[in-house]
Write a protein that binds this ligand. Structure first.
Ligand code: ADP
Ligand code: MG
Ligand code: MG
Length: 479
């Protein structure tokens, strides 16, 4: 079998590894310069590693994929080698993770700020309006969330011209890839180790990535704080996934006990982890909204609660970037300065000078609605067209969007692995830093940086998520 052939190849390599190699400190090879034969070997071993270690996703081209676990899998789209990333910016991104966690928690407690900031958006964006409706119901009954769990991911691009690490967005719901991102870091460490003589890079320059365990630990500790050994952690998923509950099932099977305990299918629920519910498509009918409200009313710990969810919207990101707004939520001046340093230019569409400039120079802006999950933003000439159209309509529908400074990261050389084939591409990358936060009443039990996700995409693509087929999972090599 091909696998046994590979293991004997690996044995041969082990002998060679005994002789110590001097690393060329702080560099990694240009992947486009790798000798074609070596490239083939690296790519093959990467594929073996993915298959054996579960760096896999469902294969859309296989009909039965998703119907049965373990059927129709393909290796995840990955970069063959890690992407160089400056150590100073890596440290900066890690350092602000707990401050952003704290900020989300503080903002979530200011119901008036959330309602006020989103009031114009509410009028023109039915999805955000439904979320706000649940939020105001909770304000009315003075619903208190004693235990708060945040599983966040703050995303950054490194602006080439200014050398600034700038935040793209902060995700507070369904932060994706804590599992696969750890495996990619391991894959890259393993390849650098195995091919240390050929690529002469130091595998230890890839930071250890423990996101999946840190997310699991935060969920487990939250469950523990809830304090009912018979209660479960419920994963809320989109309809094609298995094993877990959809919003529609929760509406059909869920009920609240007098004390607020949520029972689903006869089982008490301690913690609800949303892997769905962030997009309008997740709410096919009223029943999904009923389910969301039912969960919010319950005493189960929601990850995220409705207010954490709203605190992660692009509109709130833009409001927080206005002068003197961070000061409303944080006391420590150093912390405030650190967050502000990674804010890109962000504007509301009622700032007419900016809108005018964006119509003149649309390439310097990204226009964003209140959506998650990729594929929703507007770029380039489309920005101009969209802005002119909104101006013409004049119905206030501009409040559905924000404008953001377009960030231009450095273009690198990468080899992107897709469906078993290595592709040499010109790429740009986005670094996500996970953060975990757990508080019970006044006691903060967890507040930390919790691993990372590097995504690399072809430089010509505006957006392109991993699932959409433009971006791949990557790791970082500190330089
Ligand atoms: P979503 O919540 O849908 O992920 P994002 O704000 O992360 O929305 O935007 C999606 C993608 O668009 C990002 O992953 C990034 O590739 C690109 N993008 C977003 N904002 C900018 C920006 N200001 N400059 C350059 N690219 C951006
Ligand atoms: Mg997002
Ligand atoms: Mg994003």
């Amino acid at each position: 079998s091909p696998f046994s052939a590979v293991s004997s190849l690996k044995c041969a390599k082990v002998h060679k590894m005994q002789t110590q190699v001097e690393y060329s400190v702080r560099t990694i090879v240009d992947p486009h310069d790798i000798d074609p034969k070596l490239l083939q070997k690296l790519a093959y071993d990467a594929l073996v590693w993915c298959s054996l270690r579960g760096l896999l996703v469902g294969d859309k081209s296989s009909e039965r994929s998703g119907t049965l676990p373990g059927v129709g899998m393909v290796h995840a789209p990955v970069a063959l080698l890690p992407m160089s990333f400056p150590e100073s910016h890596w440290k900066q991104a890690c350092e602000v993770a707990p401050i952003f966690n704290e900020l989300v928690d503080r903002v979530s407690q200011d119901g008036e700020f959330l309602q006020q900031s989103l009031s114009r958006t509410k009028k023109v964006d039915p999805f955000t309006s439904r979320l706000l409706e649940i939020h105001s119901k909770m304000l009315e009954i003075n619903k208190i969330e004693e235990i708060r769990l945040g599983l966040h991911r703050s995303d950054y691009m490194l602006d080439e011209q200014t050398k600034l690490l700038l935040q793209i967005e902060l995700n507070t719901i369904s932060s994706s890839f804590p599992g696969l991102s750890c495996l990619v870091s391991e894959l890259h460490r393993s390849l650098l180790q195995q091919y240390r003589e050929d690529v002469a890079s130091d595998p230890n320059r890839i930071p250890i990535n423990n996101a999946v365990n840190q997310f699991a630990e935060a969920l487990a500790k939250t469950w523990n704080e809830y304090g009912d050994p018979r209660a479960v952690i419920m994963f809320v998923v989109q309809a094609e996934e298995r094993n877990i509950k959809t919003l529609a099932e929760i509406d059909a099977l869920g009920e609240l006990q007098e004390d607020g305990t949520l029972i689903v299918d006869g089982q008490a629920v301690a913690v609800i982890y949303f892997r769905a519910g962030y997009a309008p498509n997740d709410y096919h009918s009223e029943s999904e909204w009923e389910a969301r409200l039912l969960m919010e009313q319950s005493r189960a710990v929601k990850c995220p609660s409705i207010s954490y969810h709203l605190a992660g919207t692009k509109k709130i990101q833009q409001e927080l970037a206005k002068p003197n707004v961070l000061e409303r939520f944080l006391e420590n001046k150093d912390d405030i300065a650190k967050l502000r340093k990674c804010f890109a230019g962000l504007w509301s569409l009622d700032e007419s000078d900016t809108v005018k400039d964006a119509i003149e120079r649309p390439g310097l802006y990204v226009m964003k609605p209140q959506r998650e999950g990729g594929g929703n933003n507007i770029y380039g000439e489309d920005v101009r067209e969209a802005l002119l159209k909104l101006q013409k309509e004049g119905t206030g529908s501009d409040a559905a969007y924000i404008l953001m400074q377009r960030i231009f990261p450095k273009i690198s050389h990468s080899i992107l692995m897709r469906e078993g084939i290595p592709h040499k591409e010109q790429t740009i990358s986005e670094l996500g830093i996970y953060g975990t936060y757990l508080r019970n009443k006044t006691q903060v039990l967890i507040n930390q940086q919790a691993g990372y996700l590097m995504r690399t995409k072809v430089s010509s693509s505006n957006e392109g998520g991993v699932a959409a087929g433009f971006a791949v999972l990557d790791s970082i090599y500190l330089v």
